[in-house]
Design a protein around this ligand. Structure first.
Ligand SMILES: Nc1ncnc2c1ncn2[C@@H]1O[C@H](COP(=O)(O)OP(=O)(O)OP(=O)(O)O)[C@@H](O)[C@H]1O
Ligand SMILES: [Mg+2]
Length: 458
């Protein structure tokens, strides 16, 4: 017995001496093909992003409309992280049973990680965490993003989200706005998306609120899409009028996943949220009565009792809780964006700093914005007619949507000058109309003043 243990001990030592490496396997499936191993997926994404310029044998796959090159089987990939070297290899255990299964092959794939045993602690604590984190991030940025809505018209789906694939071409390059303001927004978004530890440190949920306001056609909706594209987030577009109660709003909130932009468009017209948080009982009663009248008239119009249920009872307090109540912390990384045409109509509580952290005004098109549009629509950065456009833009208010419409080619191969001339003409017309309106108003004001003076005399 003693000899036996001695031999075992020495042979172990000899083996360690000759092969001082540790191996870790990450199987593709856990258990009996029941569950994908998330670690395997993260490693695959991490290696795919890093190994394509190192491995000599690759596999091509068509994933979500683009070609992806992956490391082929039995190819080794040498990774160096903070001075520590490890080797990755994709291997397969070929099954020798002739069983027919539901799965295409019974072979089991796994990633084999090999490293020196002196690095065991570092690999287990730091390196593998790094790989998992990187892999997850790559997965998130490559995923097919979704646009969710609660507005389906299907009463069974109350309080639930339904979605379509989100594909909006808007980006910060295509949005025309003051370049300083644009940079400020981009910087803010980047800081926010990297501030996980900071938010944990200061004890705040990881979320941020933006209020976008300005006249119609100034790019509020386009900016929301650009922000979502920039951060690679999903969008949850809430139609408040379709939410019946505060409880339903909370249910929707719980259904929101991390890395998302929650949008409430035209918040000023969504609901009657302009009043004070605590309305006195008389007001409450009046409101109730009003609702009953409207509901009754709706009912009468369609001859159905169901319409009574369509009134939304979401209150301002319910919405405030939705934004930053205790429940709101449970969804993780999130942006809340309100858009409105009339910022002055909104309750101060709803848009105070801390709730809506950044107030962004999108206003009429300036020369900076025009140059951006000209670059995108006409592919020009300067033109002799630019000076005329600049003068006219300073004198009149037109929205970027109007400018964009005039720069849009009306016939195939239209030349740049024709488009610019059309824009200049439109700007002149708009300027003249504004002047006429001013004159009219002055005229009526003058008449009123004269009447006032007459009354006084009398
Ligand atoms: N700042 C902008 N930069 C580039 N294009 C713009 C801009 N503003 C408006 N547009 C163009 O005008 C169209 C309408 O813009 P958008 O829907 O974003 O306006 P909005 O501010 O959301 O208007 P509303 O208040 O009516 O919802 C867009 O499709 C876009 O092509
Ligand atoms: Mg809009």
């Amino acid at each position: 017995n003693q000899v036996h243990t001695l031999i075992a001990k020495f042979s172990q030592k000899l083996a360690n001496f000759l092969y001082p490496y540790v191996e870790v396997r990450f199987m593709e499936y856990i258990g009996d093909y029941s569950r994908t191993n998330e670690a395997f997926t993260s490693i695959e994404l991490y290696l795919t992003s890093k190994s394509t310029n190192q491995a000599k044998k690759l596999q091509g796959e068509y994933v979500k409309k683009s070609l992806v090159l992956k490391m082929d089987e039995s190819q080794e990939f040498h990774d160096v992280f903070e001075g520590i070297k490890v080797v990755w290899c994709l291997k397969t255990i070929v099954s020798n049973t002739n069983r027919v299964t539901f799965y295409p092959a019974d072979d089991k794939r796994y990633y084999l990680l090999t490293f020196h045993r002196k690095d065991r602690d570092f690999v287990a604590r730091t390196y593998l965490n790094h790989v998992m984190e990187e892999g997850k991030n790559i997965g998130l940025s490559k995923r097919q993003r979704k646009l969710y809505t609660n507005c389906t018209g299907d009463s069974d789906k109350r309080g639930k989200w339904s979605h379509v694939i989100f594909e909006h071409p808007s980006s910060f390059e295509t949005i025309a706005m003051d370049s300083r303001k644009k940079k400020e927004i981009i910087d803010d978004l980047v800081t926010f998306s990297k501030a996980k530890e900071f938010y944990a440190k200061i004890g705040k949920p990881w979320k941020r609120g933006y209020l976008l306001y300005g006249p119609p056609g100034t790019g509020k909706s386009s900016l929301v899409a650009a922000i979502a594209n920039f951060l690679k987030y999903d969008i949850y577009d809430i139609e408040l009028t379709n939410v019946k109660t505060n409880a339903e709003l909370r249910k929707l909130l719980i259904g929101i996943t991390s890395k998302s932009v929650v949008v409430i468009e035209d918040i000023d017209c969504s609901l009657d949220l302009t009043g004070q948080r605590k309305t006195d009982s008389v007001n409450e009663k009046e409101k109730e009565e009003k609702k009953d009248v409207v509901a009754a008239s709706l009912q009468a119009a369609s001859g159905e009792g169901e319409n009574k249920n369509k009134m939304s009872n979401v209150t301002l307090s319910g919405l405030l809780n939705f934004i930053d109540g205790i429940w709101s912390a449970s969804t993780g990384e999130r942006l809340i964006i309100f858009t409105t045409n009339y910022v002055e109509k909104l309750d101060q509580a709803l848009i105070r700093r801390g709730r809506m952290d950044m107030h962004i005004e999108l206003s009429y098109c300036g020369f900076d914005g025009f140059k951006m549009l000209a670059k995108n629509y006409l592919s020009i950065e300067s033109h002799p007619l630019f000076d005329t456009v600049r003068c006219l833009l300073e004198e009149t208010n037109v929205t970027p949507a109007d400018v964009a419409e005039n720069l849009m080619p009306k016939v195939a191969n239209e030349d740049v000058e024709t488009s610019l001339k059309r824009l200049i003409q439109a700007l002149r017309t708009s300027k003249e109309e504004a002047e006429m309106k001013d004159k009219k108003e002055d005229g009526t004001n003058g008449e009123e003043e004269a009447e006032d003076a007459k009354e006084k005399e009398a």
